[in-house]
Design a protein around this ligand. Structure first.
Ligand code: CMC
Length: 433
């Protein structure tokens, strides 16, 4: 039976349909609200706004649940690979062996990038942030690979092309930034091994591909592969809603991810831990500063809009720290600081009351550091991982008959009708500069 929510405004009763999701999530459909009442809803940051129906990722922030296409993140991290998870997210099902092989072959076929694109990298200022470069390069792909045909088969090729080339572009950006010869992708290597090889092999020292580190990278990327309607995915959906091409849409997602409150948090966490170590700041002092409203210091890698308990990705990432550090035989002092910070925050009333727990970024930087990934590449690593999610969400949006161009409303709070005053009649105090 169809359910309705009743809203009474100015004595007028309005019945609004209720939508129920497959996991019992309830929503009030307000699409007709303005037409019926003249009112709009107000929700800065969209914390209570459902922007779409989606069958890709399910999260329960209270219980700490994350599932891709119904499969728990813990199972995927335990048994899947990044390529298989990408297939799952984009197509909606796990691949057969043959489909997986075909996907891997295509990813290898698409991995080289147009030689002319190298010129872009070479002309960037040496200190340019790789996220800015990556966003520009993905946007540039529209010009280098203009053959976007609407047929599904062609679109599938485009998805694979982006997933494959983003990894080559990221490694190439790194090599050029450190003045080393670019290492090209190898057709005999799988997705993650190829990336590590392109990053760390050189003409001087051959890189030894270690299976455990390859596994760790698979897990890292699986954990980042999608997270429903987060900031960058919303950017992808909003930008894509104007029917812009997929390359420009993904480029917008990369830009949105860059910020320290979102994907840039993994880099910000390491900077924070390094600062604590360098300045000899005590854990107590950090916690006190994070709680002080007059201090702009925040505990980076803590808190989440949706999770009000431990982020399930952070649990897996924390365990990975031990595995990877043991493998590379490194003792990272930042891990010790991170652990002590976590312990102090989890028992502190401020963090408990506000339900602030470690998120995926709290331990991910330590894992990446141990693998040899430079700090300024951390958010690029997140972007490579999030790409299948952006593609899946873009595809879902593109095929959704309910979707319209994104165009929220506002509550205007500026001047009411005002008059233009000629410049020689303006009083000094009305200056706007
Ligand atoms: N340290 C100290 N206080 C915090 C923190 C933190 N990390 N996070 C939230 N708070 C406080 C905040 O000051 C606010 O207090 P009050 O209610 O007194 O004003 C309260 O908790 C609610 O925070 P909010 O900023 O209103 O919550 P939000 O849902 O808008 O923001 C967040 C979520 C992730 C942006 C925020 O928790 C934050 O800035 N965390 C640090 C950055 C970070 O780790 N980002 C990565 C998120 S996970 C990766 C991803 O998916 O993007």
């Amino acid at each position: 039976m169809e359910k309705f929510a009743k809203l009474i405004i100015d004595g007028q009763e309005i019945a609004l349909p209720v939508i129920e999701g497959s996991e019992g999530e309830m929503a009030i459909d307000i699409r007709e609200l303005r037409q019926q009442s003249g009112y709009i809803t107000f929700d800065p940051g969209y914390g209570n706004t459902g922007s779409c129906r989606s069958s890709i990722t399910y999260m329960d922030g209270e219980k700490g649940i994350l599932r891709y296409r119904g499969i728990p993140i813990e199972q995927l991290a335990e048994s899947s690979t990044f390529v298989e998870t990408a297939f799952l997210l984009i197509t909606g099902k796990l691949p057969t062996r043959e489909e997986l092989t075909r996907t891997s072959v295509s990813l290898n076929d698409f991995s080289p990038i147009h030689e002319n694109m190298k010129a872009f990298y070479q002309n960037y200022p040496p200190k340019a942030h790789p996220m800015g470069i990556l966003s520009a390069m993905i946007n540039a792909m529209r010009s280098f690979y203009p053959e976007l045909i609407d047929r599904e088969e062609e679109l599938n090729k485009t998805y694979l092309r982006i997933i494959s080339k983003i990894r080559t572009m990221a490694a190439m950006a790194y090599k050029i930034s450190i003045g080393q010869k670019v290492i090209y992708p190898r057709p005999d290597l799988c997705y993650c091994s190829n990336f590590l090889n392109m990053m760390f092999d050189s003409v001087v020292v051959r890189y030894h591909i270690d299976d455990e580190l390859v596994r760790a990278l698979n897990v890292f990327w699986i954990l980042h592969a999608d997270h429903e309607q987060n900031c960058s995915t919303t950017a992808v959906r909003v930008v894509g809603s104007g029917k812009v091409n997929i390359y420009s849409t993904i480029s917008a997602g990369i830009s949105a991810l860059w910020g320290p409150l979102h994907g840039g948090a993994n880099q910000a966490v390491i900077h924070m831990l390094e600062r604590i170590e360098r300045d000899g700041m005590s854990v107590e002092k950090c916690i006190a500063r994070a709680k002080d409203k007059d201090d702009d210091f925040r505990l980076m890698g803590f808190g989440h809009r949706v999770y009000k308990t431990y982020d399930p990705r952070a649990k897996i990432m924390k365990d990975m720290c031990d595995i990877v550090l043991k493998k590379v035989k490194v003792k990272d002092p930042l891990l010790d600081i991170a652990r002590r910070l976590e312990e102090a925050a989890l028992t502190d009333p401020y963090f408990r009351e506000k339900h602030l727990y470690p998120n995926v970024d709290f331990y991910s930087g330590i894992v990446l550091r141990a693998m040899g990934i430079p700090t300024k590449m951390f958010t690029v690593m997140f972007a490579i991982g999030r790409l299948p999610g952006w593609i899946a969400q873009w595809k879902e949006y593109w095929n959704d008959p309910e979707m319209k161009i994104s165009r929220p409303r506002q509550v205007y709070t500026g001047n009411t009708l005002n008059e233009y005053v000629p410049i020689d009649q303006r009083k000094e105090e009305v200056s706007i500069c």
